[in-house]
Ligand binder design. Structure first.
Ligand SMILES: Nc1nc2c(ncn2[C@@H]2O[C@H](COP(=O)(O)OP(=O)(O)OP(=O)(O)O)[C@@H](O)[C@H]2O)c(=O)[nH]1
Ligand SMILES: [Mg+2]
Length: 159
């Protein structure tokens, strides 16, 4: 029997990580600003945007996501600037790394332009798209990520 994929969401403040984390668990409840690393019952992780944005917290990002099988970099579809420090997410070479362009429902979303910008910045691998507010979009992403076994997991918060 295969074990569930342990994924981690990383990316800038307000990228929509927590909204997506909840949506991937079938929870459309209100999301508050992430103050600390959050885990679900199967070890999947939602990280605060500050871990990504502040170089002094990069060690926390690397340590807290060390045991993940799949790292998901979340970047908003209306944000034309990439602040991903080179090499930050490549620390564990064998791990699957996927970029997800989020908030594709926004009126000023430009997913094609954002994808081109991310490629220009040297981001390789898969680039997928999602609106965390649209259940069909989340379901399609879940399938692409191979996360369908995660549905039984529940978010929970720990330190
Ligand atoms: N339109 C739209 N708004 C979204 C989407 N995802 C998140 N938001 C909104 O964007 C804001 C930030 O969402 P969060 O999910 O808290 O973002 P985050 O990346 O977890 O932010 P931090 O915890 O600060 O790192 C909230 O007001 C959400 O309601 C989306 O797919 N579409
Ligand atoms: Mg959050």
């Amino acid at each position: 029997m295969s074990t569930p994929v342990r994924f981690a969401l990383v990316g800038p403040v307000e990228a929509g990580k927590s909204t997506l984390f909840r949506a991937l668990h079938g929870d459309d409840g209100e999301v508050r600003k992430t103050q600390a690393v959050e885990y679900d019952t199967e070890g999947c992780i939602d990280t605060p945007g500050e871990f990504f944005c502040h170089p002094r917290l990069h060690h926390a990002l690397i340590n807290s996501t060390a045991d993940c099988d799949l790292l998901i970099y979340v970047h908003p579809a209306n944000d034309m600037e990439c602040r991903l420090p080179p090499g930050l997410l490549d620390v564990y070479a064998q791990r699957r790394l996927v970029t997800v362009i989020s908030k594709t429902d926004l009126p000023d979303a430009r997913p094609d332009a954002v994808e081109a910008m991310l490629r220009d910045q040297g981001i390789g691998g898969e680039i997928l798209r999602v609106s965390g507010l649209e259940p069909d979009s989340v379901a399609a992403l879940k399938t692409r990520l191979g996360l369908n076994r995660e549905s039984a997991a529940k978010p929970r918060q720990t330190e």
